[in-house]
Design a protein around this ligand. Structure first.
Ligand code: TXA
Ligand code: MG
Length: 319
C-alpha cells in the first residue's frame, strides 16, 4: 500500500529509481514518472489502465528547462507562459526528440505545464528530468483532488503519494495550442477563457470535438462517477425517476425536496471558482452514497463555470 507523506527526498529517490508516484498540483493530483524514461512512462499507462493513444502532460519548473525539450515557443505561448506559469495552463508545443514518442502517443507536439504547488515545484527543482503526469485516477473516473483519493484508487500499485493537501483549483489545467488561425483551447480547465483572452486576444474552443486527433483523451464519458449523472432539476428528476433515490449536485442552493444528506452544494456564495475547487470531491462523496442517480445543475457559462459544465456534461454521458 502506498505510503503518504511530505518527504521530497523520498519522492525524488523513487522517481530516480524509475518508480511512479502520486504528486500534488494545484489542479488535481498527478501520477508522475520520469518523462525521459520510456519504462517509467509505460508504468504510468499500466497503473492508470490508460490507452496508449492518449498522450501525457510533461511537468517541469522553469521556462529554461521547457526550452530544452521543445523546438520553439511561439510568441503567444511565451506571453501566456510569462503571465500564467506556474499555473493551471498547459501549452502544446513542437517537441524535440529527447521526449519519447510514447509520451506524446506519436504526436509531434508535447503538452507542457509548470504546475503551481510549492511541494511539487521543490521536487521538480531537484530533479534533472521532467515528470510525465496524467491525473492520478483510473482511466475514465473522477480526478483526485486529495492524497487520500489517490491512495484509495491506486494505492496498491504505487509506493508513495506526496501529500500536498487539497488541490486549490480543483479541475484539470486548460490545454491550449497554437495554429495558424490563432490559439485554440482543446480542453477547458482551471485557467478561464477570459483570463487567456486578456493576454492573447480571441481564442477558439474545440474541446467538444470527438474526432479531434490532437486531444484524443478528451472524449465523452470522462470524469464519470459509478452512479449515473443526469443534468436536470430535482423537481424534474422526482417526476421522472421516482421511486429511485436521488442525490443532488447543486451550484448554490439546497433542494427542499431531497434529504439534505444526499446533496452537495458547490458554492453557496455562487462563485464559479469555488465551485470548481469542490466539484470532484463532491462527485466522489455522492458516488459513495446509497443513491441510484445523481442530479446535477449546470453553472453560469462564465469564468470556471464553463470548465465545470464541461466536466458535468461529460460525466452525464451514458455509454
Ligand atoms: O491539470 C492537469 O493537466 C493534470 C495535472 C496532473 O497536471 N493533468 C492531467 O492529465 O489532467 P491527463 O492525462 O489526465 O489529461 C491530459 C490530456 C489528455 O487527455 C490528452 O488528450 C491531452 O491532455 N494531451 C496530452 N498531450 C497531448 C498532446 N501532445 N497533444 C494533444 N493533447 C495532449
Ligand atoms: Mg485525466
Amino acid at each position: 500500500m502506498a505510503e503518504t507523506g511530505t518527504h521530497i527526498e523520498t519522492a525524488k529517490k523513487l522517481l530516480e529509481a524509475g518508480e511512479v508516484i502520486g504528486i500534488p498540483t494545484e489542479t488535481v493530483y498527478g501520477l508522475a514518472g520520469n518523462a525521459l524514461d520510456p519504462e517509467a512512462v509505460l508504468k504510468i499507462f499500466r497503473v492508470k489502465n490508460r490507452p496508449s493513444f492518449d498522450p501525457l502532460i510533461v511537468h517541469t519548473d522553469t521556462l529554461g528547462k521547457v526550452e530544452q525539450f521543445v523546438k520553439t515557443l511561439p510568441d503567444p505561448a511565451r506571453r501566456l507562459a510569462d503571465r500564467f506559469w506556474p499555473g493551471p495552463l498547459t501549452l502544446l508545443l513542437p517537441k524535440k526528440p529527447v521526449i519519447p514518442d510514447l509520451v506524446t502517443s506519436g504526436l509531434d507536439h508535447v503538452a507542457v505545464r509548470i504546475p503551481n504547488h510549492p511541494l511539487t515545484l521543490q521536487l521538480l527543482a531537484r530533479l534533472d528530468f521532467p515528470l510525465a503526469a496524467p491525473s492520478a485516477n483510473p482511466f475514465g473516473y473522477i480526478s483526485p483532488t486529495a492524497a487520500g483519493h489517490v491512495v484509495d484508487q491506486l494505492g496498491d500499485q504505487i509506493p508513495y503519494v506526496l501529500d500536498g493537501g487539497s488541490s486549490q483549483v480543483g479541475i484539470e489545467s486548460t490545454i491550449i495550442g497554437f495554429s495558424e488561425g490563432g490559439p485554440v483551447v482543446y480542453r477547458l480547465g482551471g485557467m478561464s477563457l477570459e483570463q487567456l483572452e486578456k493576454v492573447v486576444g480571441k481564442v477558439s474552443v474545440r474541446s467538444h470535438s470527438t474526432s479531434n486527433p490532437k486531444a484524443p483523451g478528451m472524449l465523452s464519458s470522462h470524469y464519470a462517477p459509478r452512479i449515473p449523472v443526469v443534468l436536470q432539476t430535482p423537481e424534474a428528476a422526482l417526476k421522472d425517476h421516482l421511486p429511485e433515490r436521488i442525490g443532488v449536485l447543486a451550484f448554490r442552493h439546497i433542494s427542499p425536496l431531497i434529504p439534505a444528506e444526499q446533496q452537495q452544494i458547490l458554492s453557496p456564495a455562487g462563485d464559479e471558482t469555488e465551485a470548481a475547487r469542490h466539484l470532484f470531491a463532491a462527485m466522489r462523496s455522492l458516488d459513495a452514497m446509497n443513491i441510484d442517480i445523481i442530479v446535477a445543475e449546470l453553472l453560469p457559462d462564465m469564468g470556471l463555470g464553463r470548465a465545470v459544465n464541461d466536466r458535468l456534461r461529460r460525466a452525464a454521458v451514458k455509454l
